[in-house]
Write a protein that binds this ligand. Sequence first.
Ligand SMILES: [Zn+2]
Length: 219
Amino acid sequence: MESPVISFTFDDFPRSALLNAGAILRERGLAGTYYASFGLIGKKAPTGEIFTREDLDELIRQKHELACHTFDHYDSWDTAPDEFEASILRNQRAISERLPGTGFRSLSYPISWPRPETKRRAATYYECARGGGQTFNSGTMDLNYLKAFFIEQSRDNFEAIRQTIKVRARRAGRAVTERRRIRCSILTFYYKIISLSAGYILCIQPEQLRYYLLRFAKG
Ligand SMILES: [Zn+2]
């Protein structure tokens, strides 16, 4: 794959991330990845109301990807690897009970970066796992800790986002020795080169997301 690709992901999956942001993506024929913690279902969070059972049907209908964020939304660093792994398994049981025949293919680490042992265990369950870092992925990547750029952290500074894309575009002009294509989702989304996280939609406005999409489309 020669050109940069952006993947839109939503952590925690507040309802507005699907109802507002999901609709904006669908307007453009795009789909996103929603990292869900089933232990939070129906709860109120600082980001708003978390997804409900009915939202899952809508997510599937809109052909977005549902992915794992641990059942308990455990802190990836502060939680012992055994506990973290048990929470992954709880989340997998929860999805198979609510959506039989459906499973997760990727994980995003809640709250902080993972311990090395936690990362090793996550790799046995998923094709890839996403972290943070406010940058993009290029060249040789760590599939168990793919980087992401949280848009809401730069929501008032589009220049920071634009610079990230520009730097990536410059690097694309050079020879890249390893071009491992990573099919990461059930849709045509690839965690390759640049992975942007739209984070909490409550923290960015729908108009901002529309604006970003327009700018991303122009490169
Ligand atoms: Zn989270």
